[in-house]
Design a protein around this ligand. Structure first.
Ligand code: UDP
Ligand code: MG
Length: 329
């Protein structure tokens, strides 16, 4: 491991990334050397089933800046990032995808902003290249839906590609929730935040590791972690329906007493029944999403399990005097 002081930690979550990892390492390393400061590259292997770990182990042998955290199984992207932050030693911590969709060169611009005194610098996607229309469209809808649902200012069109200061990292590590939506948590924490714009490139090789199922889980975590609105909407819908039902009841009674037209036909009753039952089940589902998450919290299992990690979990640090010097340069 690096014996000189680590100023920058770069966290790279990886799930079946054997095709890209060598290339990513080379480009990241190249960029980080330009900072002329101590850095570490933390590769978090999120239970890959391919040769990802073997490649990292090989790289590690010739480069002491590289550290590996190897999970016992796939815990998910957000958890991998969290583990990286637990082990990061740097004064500024960068999270970047393994597939080179986030160009490593942008990190240098983030560092400039950090030296100006910003504590969170997130990458804002000006454009997304080489992604399917479906992905772009669902991402766009998701960010806007999330914004309309929550009171926390979560910037639109930003991913987890960002730099955070040690202070922010330490606070984040204190938030122990299990179904993590890291970018939302960082917004919630506050501090001085700014953005740098960049063009999101095509994946260097391989396929997305976020199939629809993971995307839905991710979106639900984002919304349920920061908003009760779905529950409120459920009760509004329930209220509106019962009001409608009550008014209709009055109409039926009136018809029975004062007119000759008694409604016949059970088809309409069945249809209405099905619709109403459907709505009730949907509302139960919404409640279930929240209860499931409460259940996860109450079990209090660890966030991740590690087979092997280089180094140990970082203790909370005092901001180094060196850092101040660096900033004042
Ligand atoms: N990833 C991970 N665990 C997972 C899924 C993805 O660590 O269960 C990593 C993946 O290796 C990559 C990053 O998360 O470094 C983003 O994934 P991907 O590029 O596949 O997502 P997309 O860019 O398509 O949204
Ligand atoms: Mg990607």
């Amino acid at each position: 491991m690096n014996s000189t002081a680590v100023t920058y930690s770069v966290i790279v979550p990886m799930y079946n990334e054997e095709e890209v990892i060598e290339h990513t390492y080379l480009r990241l390393s190249e960029v980080m050397k330009q900072t002329k400061a101590g850095f570490e590259l933390i590769f978090v292997n999120d239970g890959s089933k391919d040769g990802t770990v073997q490649i990292i182990e090989k790289i590690k042998r010739n480069d002491s800046t590289v550290r590996l955290i190897d999970f016992s199984r796939n815990f998910g992207h957000q958890i991998a990032i969290t583990a990286g932050m637990d082990y990061a030693q740097g004064q500024a911590i960068v999270v970047i995808d393994a597939d080179l969709q986030d160009p490593p060169e942008v990190i240098l611009r983030m560092i400039e902003k950090w030296k100006e005194g910003y504590e969170v610098v997130y990458g804002k996607r000006q454009k997304r290249k080489g992604e399917t229309l479906f992905k772009k469209w669902t991402a766009m809808m998701f960010y806007r839906l999330l914004r309309s649902m929550t009171n926390v200012e979560i910037p639109v069109d930003t991913g987890d590609f960002r730099l955070i200061d040690r202070k922010v990292c330490d606070v984040l590590r204190g938030l122990k929730e299990k179904n993590r939506f890291v970018r939302g948590l960082i917004s919630w924490i506050g501090f001085r935040q700014t953005s740098v714009e960049y063009v999101r490139e095509e994946r260097f090789a391989g396929e997305t590791k976020y199939p629809l199922k993971k995307m839905i889980k991710f979106a639900l975590d984002g919304i349920t972690s920061f908003s009760y609105k779905p529950l409120k909407i459920a009760s509004y819908v329930g209220f509106a329906l019962s009001l409608g039902g009550f008014i209709y009841l009055l109409v039926v009674i009136w018809q029975r007493l004062f007119t000759e037209t008694t409604e016949s036909g059970w088809a309409s009753i069945i249809a209405i029944n099905l619709i109403f039952n459907g709505i009730i089940l949907m509302i139960l589902g919404v409640i279930g999403e929240y209860i499931g998450r409460i259940y996860d919290e109450s079990k209090n299992r660890p966030l991740y399990i590690i087979r092997h990690a280089d180094g140990s979990i970082t203790q909370e640090q005092q901001p180094a005097a060196e850092l101040e010097k660096l900033r004042n340069e």
